[in-house]
Design a binder for this molecule. Structure first.
Ligand code: SF4
Length: 409
C-alpha cells in the first residue's frame, strides 16, 4: 500500500475558483497575477485577491504557485522585481517560470522557489540537470514525456517532478507555437493563444510532381481538424504516477469553469485518497469517477504521451461542440440546516427544477426546488444570474458547494 500520493495541483483562474479547487481537494493551486503569465483571458489576480487567496489556501494546508511563464522582452523585465517583492511578502510557495531572463531576475531580487514551466519543454535528464544548476527545484515536464521517462529524470536529478494529468492539450511543443500570432495577431507566448489548432484546415496538394520529380495523381483539397488534440485524462494511470514517485499531478484549465475546477479536483483527490487507503481501485469506483469526468465540458479523452508517445489516435479531428451535460446553477454562500441555502446564482433555474449539490466528499445530493425566493422573501419564478436567492436546504450542503443542474432532466 502506498504511504504517499502525489500533490494534486489544480487551476485557479479566479479567487472563487481557487476556493473551489482547494475545498474540493486540491493540495495546491496555480494562478496568474495581472502580468507575466500566459492566460490573458483568465480572471487574473489583483494584489488583494492574491493576498486573500494565499491566506485561504495556506489556512487549509494548500500551496499557491504563481505563473510567470511568459517569454519577456527587456521592457517587460523592468517591472518584474517589484512584483517579486510582493510575491515574497505574500509568502507564495513558488513561481513557475520558463524564461532564463526571468530566472536570473528572480535570483537577483528574491529567494522565491523556482519551478520550471512546461513552456521550457524539458524532456530529458541533461536538460533537467542544467535547469537544476540554474536554480529550478521542480520541473514541470513537457507533455511529450512518458511516465517512465519522467521516473528516470527524477532518479537522475533528484528534482521534484510535475506532470500534467488532465485537461486540454497543446498540439505544439508545450505552447511553443505562433499559429495564433500569424492567423489572429495574438501572441501565444504572451497569453493570447486563440486555439487556432482547433480550427478546420484544408490540405492542398497543388504540386503534381513528388520530391523525386515523378508525376503523382492530383488529389482534391481535404478539409479536416487534423491539428486539434483530444483532452488528456490520466486517472487510470494514477498507480503508475505513484510508483514513479511523480511529485505533483497538474490539472490544466485556468480559463475553465467552476464546475470543471470543482469536479476534476474532487474526482482526482477522491481517487488518490482511495488508492492510498486500499492500494488498488475498484472498477465500479473507477467507472463512477470516469462518468463524473464526462460531466464537464471536454473533448474525447486520450492518455496522450503518458504511457506511449502520442499518435494519430490522440487527434480529435472534429469541430468543437458544446457537450455540457450540466450547467452550474450557483455556489452556496450559506447553508442553514433544515431551513434554506443562500445561493449565488450563476445560471437561471426555476421552481420544480431538480438541482444537485456537489459535496466536498461523497456522492452528489439531488433536490427539487420547492421554493425559490429573493433575499427579502419574495417568491420568484426564475433565478437571475448575478443575484442571491434562497432555496430549500439540501442535506449535506456547505458553503462553497457547487450546485448544478442536468441540462436534460
Ligand atoms: S494554437 Fe494550439 S498548438 Fe498553438 S499554442 Fe494554442 S493550443 Fe497550442
Amino acid at each position: 500500500m502506498p504511504h504517499w500520493t502525489p500533490e494534486l495541483l489544480s487551476p485557479a483562474g479566479s479567487l472563487e475558483k481557487l476556493k473551489v479547487s482547494v475545498l474540493y481537494g486540491a493540495n495546491a493551486v496555480y494562478l496568474g497575477g495581472q502580468k507575466f503569465g500566459l492566460r490573458q483571458a483568465a480572471d487574473n489576480f489583483t494584489y488583494e485577491e492574491l493576498s486573500e487567496g494565499v491566506e485561504f489556501a495556506h489556512s487549509r494546508n494548500a500551496k499557491v504557485y504563481v505563473v510567470l511563464n511568459s517569454f519577456l522582452h527587456d521592457n517587460d523585465l523592468v517591472e518584474l522585481p517589484e512584483f517579486l517583492y510582493l510575491l515574497e511578502e505574500l509568502k507564495v510557495d513558488a513561481v513557475i517560470v520558463s524564461d532564463l531572463g526571468v530566472i536570473s531576475t528572480i535570483k537577483k531580487h528574491s529567494n522565491l522557489v523556482i519551478h520550471l514551466s512546461t513552456q521550457a519543454s524539458c524532456l530529458n535528464i541533461e536538460s533537467a540537470k542544467l535547469w537544476k544548476n540554474l536554480g529550478a527545484t521542480r520541473i514541470v515536464l513537457g507533455r511529450e514525456v512518458t511516465i517512465k521517462e519522467a521516473s528516470l529524470i527524477k532518479k537522475a536529478t533528484g528534482l521534484e517532478i510535475e506532470m500534467f494529468v488532465h485537461g486540454s492539450m497543446c498540439m505544439a511543443f508545450s505552447g511553443n507555437c505562433v499559429i495564433s500570432n500569424y492567423t489572429q495577431g495574438r501572441d501565444s507566448n504572451r497569453g493570447g493563444c486563440a486555439h487556432s489548432c482547433r480550427f478546420e484546415y484544408s490540405i492542398n496538394f497543388n504540386d503534381d510532381k513528388n520530391d523525386k520529380g515523378h508525376d503523382v495523381e492530383k488529389r482534391a483539397a481535404q478539409k479536416a481538424y487534423f491539428m486539434s488534440s483530444k483532452d488528456l485524462e490520466g486517472i487510470r494511470l494514477l498507480p503508475e504516477f505513484i510508483e514513479a514517485e511523480i511529485d505533483s499531478l497538474k490539472v490544466e484549465g485556468r480559463n475553465k469553469s467552476h464546475h470543471y475546477a470543482g469536479t476534476i479536483s474532487k474526482v482526482y483527490s477522491d481517487a488518490l485518497r482511495f488508492y492510498k487507503e486500499h492500494g488498488h481501485f475498484l472498477s465500479s469506483d473507477m467507472l463512477n469517477w470516469e462518468e463524473e469526468l464526462r460531466k464537464v465540458s471536454h473533448r474525447d479523452y486520450t492518455t496522450g504521451s503518458l504511457d506511449h508517445y502520442a499518435e494519430s489516435d490522440s487527434i480529435y479531428n472534429q469541430r468543437e461542440h458544446d457537450d455540457n451535460e450540466y450547467v452550474v446553477s450557483g455556489i452556496v454562500l450559506e447553508a442553514i440546516p433544515e431551513e434554506h441555502l443562500l445561493v449565488d446564482v450563476k445560471s437561471a433555474f426555476h421552481p420544480k427544477d431538480i438541482l444537485e449539490v456537489m459535496r466536498f466528499s461523497g456522492a452528489t445530493k439531488k433536490c427539487e426546488v420547492q421554493f425559490l425566493k429573493s433575499l427579502s422573501g419574495v417568491s420568484l419564478e426564475r433565478s437571475k444570474p448575478g443575484t442571491v436567492v434562497k432555496i430549500p436546504y439540501i442535506e449535506g450542503a456547505e458553503k462553497f458547494n457547487i450546485i448544478r443542474r442536468a441540462i436534460k432532466q
